[in-house]
Each structure stands twice: as structure tokens, then as C-alpha cells.
Design a protein around this ligand. Structure first.
Ligand code: SAH
Length: 207
């Protein structure tokens, strides 16, 4: 099977499993070439539903996890989104097709550069990459409609809740170094309401 065939098969699988739901998210998966966001030697595995190493001990998340988090946020074309953990830039590229603008903060300088290059060659223009500690959010562009965190956090960082609009949503893996629970938080005037969305495994947040 060639890559386009494998891609089609993966998208069908993600739909059947209920990870991909809306035509918009399915469209974003169809448009973004995941092979652009990984080292050459792994490209043949671009459409396996697996995380893939991108260097510096980090990974690009498995496609089903990207699908689940993207769907949970119920994104709108007018949304301004903050991502914590740009990694390869793949999740940001998927988001870019569904919202107005994405700000993504990456702790590792080389990865921030890598994500920037991957997004450039994919032709994505509405993503801004910031090198820094994403647990502090990005006050310069706050408040955000949605926030997505793609590294495991011991708890939800306060600055992220503060930088979320009322009615805004945050998807974040919360727990230990080796396993977390995917939490969806909805900010209300009374505080953050949270829902649990099952177990997940992300690389830990760094400080
Ligand atoms: N969303 C990425 C996958 C991210 S892997 C993708 O689509 O490829 C998690 C990323 O979070 C890693 O790149 C790691 O360097 C980054 N990270 C860890 N701690 C961080 C922090 N405090 N601030 C910003 N990024 C962080």
C-alpha cells in the first residue's frame, strides 16, 4: 500500500472507532500530510495509529489521540487557540484548518524550529510558534477560546485557566509521568467544570 492508500485506511478506521466524528475534523485529517511532521526514516509508518519519535525524547501523538482531543474542543472558525507542546507541529496543523489562529508554545528550542519548518513546508500560515514554558500560557495573546495541552501535567496550570475565555474549553492530560487521564474543562463564571475522558499517555510537562 502506498501512503495515500494507508492514509485513507487510517481515516476510515478512526471514523469506525468513533474517534473522528465531524466532517470538518475529517477534512483536516485528509488535508494534512502527517508524513511531513516526522523524520524521514519513519515516514512509511505515518499512517499507523501510533506515536512516532521526533527526537529529544519527544513524540508526535497517535492519530486517534489527535482526533479525540480535536473533537472534544468543538472548534469554531472564529476561535483563537493556544496549544502547549508544539512538538512536530502536526496537532497545530490539524487545528489550523478548523480555527482562525493557533499559538503553540514549545519548551525545546530545536523542536520549536522543527515545528516551524514542518508547518512552512506544509503551507500552514495561521500558526505562530513560541519558544518557552507553555504552563505559563501566552499572556500576550490571551484570552483564548480553546486550549489544548499535549504533554502530561500533574495538575491543570492556573495561568491556562486564567487565559481561557468564559465558555472556553481546555483539553489536557492530567496525572503522573507515565499515565494520565484526559480531562475536558469548561470555564464558567463559577469556575472550571471538568469531565473525564479516559486514560492516555503523554510525555510529561517540563519545567
Ligand atoms: N502536539 C505535538 C506532540 C507533542 S509531544 C505534535 O503534534 O507533534 C509534547 C511536547 O510538549 C514536546 O515537544 C515537549 O517538548 C513539549 N513540552 C513539554 N513541556 C513543555 C512546556 N512546559 N511548555 C511547552 N512545551 C512543553
Amino acid at each position: 500500500m502506498n501512503l495515500p492508500e494507508k492514509k485513507k485506511e487510517l481515516i476510515e478506521h478512526l471514523k469506525e472507532m468513533g474517534y473522528l466524528k465531524t466532517p470538518e475534523t475529517i477534512g483536516a485529517f485528509e488535508q494534512i500530510p502527517r508524513e511531513n511532521f516526522m523524520p524521514k526514516e519513519y515516514r512509511q509508518y505515518a499512517y499507523a495509529d501510533e506515536p512516532i519519535p521526533i527526537g529529544f525524547g519527544q513524540t508526535i501523538s497517535a492519530p486517534h489521540m489527535v482526533a479525540v482531543m480535536t473533537e472534544l474542543l468543538e472548534l469554531k472558525k472564529t476561535d483563537s487557540v493556544l496549544e502547549v507542546g508544539a512538538g512536530s507541529g502536526y496537532q497545530a496543523a490539524i487545528l489550523s484548518k478548523l480555527v482562525k489562529i493557533v499559538f503553540t508554545v514549545e519548551f525545546v528550542k530545536e523542536l520549536a524550529r522543527y515545528a516551524k519548518e514542518n508547518l512552512r513546508k506544509t503551507g500552514v500560515k495561521n500558526v505562530e510558534i513560541i519558544h518557552g514554558d507553555g504552563s505559563r500560557g501566552y499572556p500576550k495573546k490571551a484570552p483564548f477560546d480553546k486550549i489544548i495541552v499535549t504533554c502530561g501535567c500533574p495538575e491543570i496550570p492556573k495561568p491556562l485557566v486564567e487565559q481561557l475565555k468564559i465558555g472556553g474549553k481546555i483539553a489536557i492530560p492530567v496525572g503522573g509521568c507515565y499515565q494520565q487521564e484526559l480531562i475536558l474543562g469548561i470555564k464558567t463564571k463559577a469556575g472550571l467544570k471538568t469531565e473525564r475522558h479516559g486514560g492516555c499517555v503523554f510525555v510529561p510537562l517540563r519545567k
